[in-house]
Design a binder for this molecule. Structure first.
Ligand code: NAD
Length: 366
């Protein structure tokens, strides 16, 4: 079995070199002067099916930063989708711009036309800066889009299924350390209580966890605190607070050489994509500190499981059952890491790669 190359902090200055290093199939730049659209679609691997992953709209400081994000996120989708047991490959799109001021119907429809030109090689959905409603505009131009609202014929915002999977990943992690998956009285801090974090807070509150939250938007925190009884913490306490579980549900790269030494928790398990700034050294640093890390792309797969089922005919119960497998898969991941004496992140990469290797030669459509 071949090992995937591990990702460094930044892609190489040469696009082809980066694509070759991480084995990307295709990268497409989309430009439209009239609407101001500047988008990049990255297709990493279609062994298991058409590439699938959301579209992120973000104020990237440079084109290089946007390309790196697209390469990194699309590779992450290959791993996540393979590990989740679904029949799609990995891809991701990024749109350069401010979602609050530059996202127009015309821009989204032009983006949809570019997606349509790919003829189903890549299916999109919402990610940071995009909403289910935005997908309706994209869908006016292409059928290769998922995650529209239920009223528009889609499976809806994937955030709640993601939260359900993360909740199960947290329970499995607690079980690994204590022998019981009860969360009653467990001190859990959620960093970022947006779409996923707010739903996760509801699950944890129902199990009587001792809940703490922090978000950069006070009004968002106050709403979640009122709904769940969570305690709001100060920003400077987020990484150093004594906790059973730290759940990063904001943006990526929060686990790095500056923050890992501050951590005072037994477990890290949350929804944020690409939590490790460097997936080799930061995973090792967590392990050396005795912190159990539930790999992000393993526990946050509920949303992609949900939208991917639209390709086969959406069924909520089936999406829920597939998401529930995250519990056992998390425990399996810990067992493999312990047996092979590797980090849990590395073990998750191996689990994903082994499914791609096992199925790759047998798929009829290739
Ligand atoms: P969101 O934008 O709805 O919520 C993110 C929240 O984090 C916001 O409330 C924001 O104010 C807050 N935030 C940003 N920076 C912060 C910081 N430094 N400290 C504290 N809070 C901060 O996004 P979401 O859909 O809830 O996704 C959260 C994370 O989970 C993202 O990394 C996303 O890529 C990942 N994820 C989401 C899904 C999904 O289905 N939505 C699926 C897989 C992974």
């Amino acid at each position: 079995m071949s090992d995937l190359p591990l990702f460094e902090k930044t892609a190489s200055p040469s696009l082809f070199d980066s694509m070759q290093t991480f084995d990307h199939e295709m990268i497409v730049h989309c430009n439209d002067n009239k609407t101001g659209l500047r988008a990049i679609v990255a297709v990493h691997n279609t062994t298991l099916g058409p590439a699938m992953g959301g579209t992120r709209m973000w104020t990237y400081a440079s084109e290089a930063e946007a390309v790196t994000d697209a390469l990194r996120l699309s590779r992450g989708m290959t791993l996540k989708n393979a590990l989740a047991g679904i029949n799609v490959g990995g891809g991701k799109a990024v749109i350069m711009g401010d979602a609050r001021t530059q996202k127009t119907e015309a821009l989204l429809r032009r983006f949809g036309q570019f997606i349509n030109n790919l003829n189903g090689k890549y299916y999109t959905a919402e990610d940071v800066g995009m909403t289910s409603e935005d997908m309706i505009h994209v869908h006016h131009e292409t059928p290769f889009v998922t995650g529209m609202p239920v009223y528009a014929g889609g499976s809806g915002d994937p955030g709640s299924m993601t939260a359900y999977g993360v909740y199960l990943g947290i329970k499995a992690s607690v079980k690994q350390l204590t022998g019981s998956d009860s969360l009653s009285g467990k001190k859990i801090l959620i960093q970022g209580v947006g779409s996923v974090g707010a739903d996760l807070a509801e699950h944890l509150a129902k199990e009587n966890a001792k809940l703490f939250i922090y978000d950069i938007y006070p009004s968002v925190m106050q709403k979640v605190a009122a709904q769940t009884g969570a305690t709001i913490v100060e920003e400077e306490d987020v990484y150093s607070m004594e906790l059973d579980v730290f759940a990063p549900c904001a943006l990526g790269a929060g686990l790095n050489p500056e923050t890992i030494p501050q951590l005072n928790c037994a477990i890290v398990a949350g929804s944020a994509n690409n939590q490790l700034l460097d997936e080799i050294s930061d995973a090792i640093a967590l392990s050396e500190r005795g912190i159990l890390y539930a790999p992000d792309f393993l526990v946050n797969a509920g949303g992609i499981i949900n939208v991917s089922l639209e390709l086969e005919g959406y069924n909520y119960e089936r999406a829920k059952r597939l998401t529930e497998k995250i519990y056992d898969r998390t425990l399996e991941n810990f067992a493999i890491a312990s047996e092979k004496k590797i980090t849990t992140h590395h073990a998750a990469l191996k689990m994903a790669q082994s499914r791609i290797d096992a199925l790759g030669h047998n798929l009829l459509y290739r």
